[in-house]
Write a protein that binds this ligand. Sequence first.
Ligand code: ADP
Length: 189
Amino acid sequence: MTVSRIILIGPPGAGKGTQAARLAEHLGVPAISTGDIFRANVAERTELGQTAQRYMDAGEYVPDEVTNAMVADRLAAEDAAAGFLLDGYPRTEAQVGELDRMLGGAGVNLDKVVEITADVDELVARLLKRAIEQGRSDDTEDVIRRRQEVYADQTAPLVGLYEGRGLLVRVDGLGAIDEVTERLLGALD
Ligand code: ADP
């Protein structure tokens, strides 16, 4: 069986973005990161970017209708027809329902949901380091803490939901980047 429709899920700072890019290259599917798409829209000052920025800078989720429409659009692109790796979506139960509808409409199924796990103190330390290196506007200490709370509250429950569907694999996100990539590839095999 080819594993080509994958969700990466995990708390802020778990390394989803880094690993998504590596896995996508390995699997030959596009990595679709909602955070990256929002940031690109913010940089280009689009209407979507202006809406998203207020929420992102506060550490809150962008409203589901906005995010769902953006993802539906991206998944309809030709390069996602044979597979994709979703990084940062779905993040709410409503988004799970919407993704189910999108995939159902296309007549395809999810293959795997990979949870990258990490300890909260390690996550906060990583994000504070990234704040210094990249200057992301949502990497201040207060906002980082808020993002961890929002994750625990709204996104962590999705792990159990996908586990119930028999799609979940868990991978430890601590360790060297290469090591984690190896673990992920092993889990997807
Ligand atoms: P991180 O994983 O470090 O929280 P991301 O780059 O994935 O960072 O996301 C940054 C911000 O973009 C989130 O805090 C949120 O405001 C917004 N965002 C990204 N994905 C979603 C989503 N699926 N639903 C709602 N908001 C989202």
